[in-house]
Design a protein around this ligand. Structure first.
Ligand SMILES: [Fe+2]
Length: 366
């Protein structure tokens, strides 16, 4: 009697693993500061990422998209639209009328003096604002100063913006698993529509000189890498040479837990263009993400990559193109870290890996 060959497979599994137990080639944040020669006390202190700024030729088209993406317009003028999420920020996205342009992210600074220090940071680049300006026209008010990084990407610091009373959080959807059944005599019911945006999570740039750009951000601001990605260049003799090509940075708030990355930088491919890669907005849960995905698809917008789960940052992601080709992301379940989280170092190829989801398309990596 013939015996069938036994096929063995390793079944999939998942776990939430402690940060210190993960990285094989990690170093502490203190060691990283020492290696990069970073003086923590000389830095401009960021508190959190507040809003993104983009310029679009047709504000009505952007408004339509942002509604479908899950943002609420707070104020509209001839020249501007400000959109909010349901969290406490007065707004998370500022669209200005004009030719297509990326106008930069805006971080909340710890003090007004941080804005003054930023305005003085270097005198060879003119400020894009008239010194420190009052944002009387914008929801929440406050002050802003905008300058550029060494490659000319705008970057704003804001202070004194009023926060709003957040809307009530969408209800938690109870999930039964194979053993635990907390959802007793309660049935799952949903209403289709856009995934409502909670807040801005992060954004990132594709740059031509990663080394210079990463030094600029990591020296001047309390931005600390959670993950550094490198490529290894084979050497004629000895160890291959390690070249860093991407940095996912959190805002250092000491022991306070913060997002794994609020800002990232990636080296452009040789001959590739520099550009803003994407900005990313946090939404509620997986059901809202799936329904938001369906909604955007039905409206005919262009999907880039999703839905899947990242490795660096662990987020469940969904990337789309807005009508002017800027990439925006919905995410849930991102990692949170603090000063005790090691700086993990990994091969750049891992950034294109996902724990699960579709293959990464060229449109994401360009
Ligand atoms: Fe992202």
């Amino acid at each position: 009697m013939a015996i069938a060959a036994t096929k063995t497979v390793a079944f999939n599994k998942g776990a939430s693993v402690q940060d210190t137990a993960l990285a094989k080639h990690d170093l502490s944040q203190t060691e990283w500061r020492k290696a990069w020669g970073i003086d923590k006390n000389a830095q401009i202190r960021l508190v959190r990422l507040a809003f993104m700024q983009y310029q679009h030729p047709d504000l009505e088209v952007v408004k339509r998209f942002m509604l479908d993406f899950g943002m609420t317009p707070v104020k509209t003028t001839e020249q501007d639209v400000w959109f909010r999420g349901y969290g406490s920020d007065a707004y998370v996205y500022h669209a200005r009328k004009g030719s297509k342009a990326f106008l930069g992210g805006a971080f909340v600074a710890e003090t007004f003096q941080d804005l003054e220090r930023y305005a003085m940071i270097k005198d060879d680049t003119p400020l894009l604002t008239n010194g420190i300006e009052k944002m009387d026209h914008a929801p929440g008010g406050g002050s802003i100063v905008t300058s550029t990084d060494p490659e000319g990407f705008p970057l704003s610091l804001v202070y004194g913006e009023d926060q709003r009373e957040p809307d009530e959080m969408p209800p938690e959807i109870l999930m039964n698993d194979e053993v635990r059944k907390p959802r007793q005599r309660k049935f799952q019911r949903f209403t289709a529509g856009p995934a409502t945006v909670f807040r801005l999570g992060h954004y990132g740039l594709v740059v031509s000189d990663f080394e210079r750009q990463s030094r600029f951000y990591a020296s001047n601001f309390n931005l600390v890498p959670s993950t550094l990605l490198h490529v290894d260049i084979p050497a004629t003799e000895g160890e291959p040479q390690r070249m860093y090509v991407a940095m996912f940075s959190h805002i250092d708030r000491g022991t306070e837990l913060v997002d794994h990355h609020s800002f990232f930088l990636a080296q452009a491919a040789p001959g590739g263009e520099t550009h803003v890669h994407h900005s990313s907005f946090e939404i509620h849960d997986l059901d809202s993400q799936m329904m938001g995905h369906d909604w955007l698809k039905k409206q005919g917008y262009r999907l880039v990559w999703g839905i899947g789960r990242h490795i660096a940052g662990s987020q469940i992601f969904d990337y789309w193109r807005d009508p002017n080709d800027f990439m925006v992301e919905h995410y849930i379940d991102g990692d949170i870290v603090n000063e005790d989280t090691p700086v993990s170092r990994d091969l750049a190829s891992s950034a294109q890996d996902a724990a699960w989801g579709p293959e990464v398309p060229d449109d994401f990596t360009r």
